[in-house]
Design a protein around this ligand. Structure first.
Ligand code: ADP
Ligand code: MG
Length: 405
């Protein structure tokens, strides 16, 4: 029994005075390249990372669910057979999964569940998908429903879309469930077909810089991008047969629509089309172990997100600039929807600390005294960025526990 499992079982005992039956883990993920391509039927390339949500539970008589997450104050409760309503609380993700499983007529009963996590929350490393997937895997195990992993990913995604109300793609849930150790998952978002690509750079690894900036891509900016992509598709489709998404277009197709549509539409389309090309090239770089080539594509991806798709922000740009100036950093790009969140960088072994120190120094307040708030005022300073290495790990795990009381 590993330490995390041991800690979870003893914490479960103190919250519920019961012994859990199943133990589940679900990792966060970072997308190496392929941003804003998913809803354009394109390609993405995530890895699952060595930051996980842990969950443990036992079934109970009746239909009462009790759910506790370490670090979140209240014990949440709901009844499986009642109509479930969104509460604007973390438990929505769990209720969303239950709700979708009910719609699919899975037979469910009450259970008591405990969650704990070391996936940063709200940073774009997909703690939400990890929570949904951990919930789904646990519930299907507790009530002995054998659900295929791709099917479970779809249930988890529907939970986030329909119950929580976030219009997300399928990448996060697929990465959390289907990634394997030391591999990236190349996903074709048009048909969810996917393939494992080995990550075996001999002398470089990935690092994440969490800027702690939480200005997320809001719904209106996101919807605007989606509409602009649709407008580009419409325009290209007039000149070319069979174009139903930007995935079907080529850069040269944009010449044919220049002048017919706003320049900004061309820019958005250019990002998506070139990003899809970069993902395919990045897969080839992984296959031939070309870390430098991979890093170059990451830098190009960032430029495109910054200038053409315009979803970066000052802090993300600054981190990428520092990465470019640091020897041993082969490439860096914003990852996730944008306007905040994380940068992913490819860093040569031995250069990790230098890179982390440079980021810390660059974001430190200029004068230490300036951190002191004025009298009577709260300090209003952003958290400093956090820099850490990530390793491609395997997807969600489930284990039946056999604990004697
Ligand atoms: P991200 O998925 O990028 O981390 P989201 O905003 O999509 O950010 O999801 C974050 C939300 O997921 C949190 O606000 C919380 O409701 C829920 N969540 C994530 N991790 C946990 C956890 N360990 N326990 C309870 N809720 C969690
Ligand atoms: Mg999320």
């Amino acid at each position: 029994m590993d330490n995390n499992q041991y800690l979870m079982i003893s914490a479960y005992g103190s919250y519920f005075a019961e012994i859990p039956h199943y133990f589940v883990t679900a990792p966060g993920r970072v997308n190496l390249i392929g941003e804003h391509t998913d809803y354009n039927d394109g390609f993405v390339l995530p890895i699952a990372i060595d930051r996980r949500i842990y969950a443990t539970a036992r079934p109970m008589y009746g239909d009462l669910v009790k759910a506790k997450s370490v670090g979140f104050d209240e014990m949440e409760e709901f009844h499986i057979r009642e109509e479930l309503k969104k509460r604007d609380l973390w438990v929505d993700y769990l209720m969303g999964v239950v709700d979708e499983m009910k719609k699919d007529s899975y037979d469910l009963n009450g259970f008591w569940v405990l969650f704990r996590s070391d996936v940063p929350i709200g940073s774009g490393l997909s703690s939400s998908a990890a929570l949904e997937v951990a919930s789904g895997l646990l519930i299907s195990s507790l009530f002995e429903h054998d659900i295929d992993r791709l099917e479970l990913a779809k249930i988890a995604r529907r939970a986030e879309q329909n119950f929580v109300g976030v219009n997300c793609g399928i990448m996060d849930q697929m990465a959390t469930l289907l990634c394997t150790e030391d591999h990236a998952l190349f996903i074709d978002c048009r048909d969810q077909s996917h393939r494992q690509v080995p990550v075996a750079f001999s002398d470089a690894g990935f690092m994440v810089v969490d800027t702690k900036v939480k200005r997320k891509l809001d719904n209106s900016a996101y919807n605007e991008r989606r509409e602009q992509c649709e407008a580009a598709v419409k325009a290209v489709a007039k000149n070319k047969k069979g174009v139903t998404a930007l995935r079907d277009a080529e850069i040269s197709d944009l010449d044919g629509i220049a002048g017919n549509v706003d320049d900004v539409i061309i820019k958005r389309a250019r990002h998506v089309i070139s990003e899809n090309e970069r993902v395919k090239k990045a897969v080839a770089m992984l296959e031939k172990n070309d870390a430098e080539g991979f890093g170059k594509l990451m830098n190009e991806s960032h430029e495109s997100l910054k200038n053409d798709y315009q979803v970066s922000c000052d802090e993300l740009d600054r981190v990428v600039e520092i990465a470019k100036e640091t020897g041993g950093v082969l490439g860096a790009r914003m990852t996730g929807a944008g306007f905040g969140g994380c940068v992913v960088a490819l860093v040569k072994k031995g250069s990790e600390q230098t890179f982390a120190d440079k980021i810390t120094a660059a974001f430190a307040p200029e004068e230490p005294d300036s951190r002191e708030p004025e009298e009577g005022k709260e300090a209003d300073l952003p958290d400093p960025p956090e820099v850490f290495s990530v390793r491609p790990v395997g997807g969600a795990t489930v284990e039946k526990l056999d604990i004697k009381s």
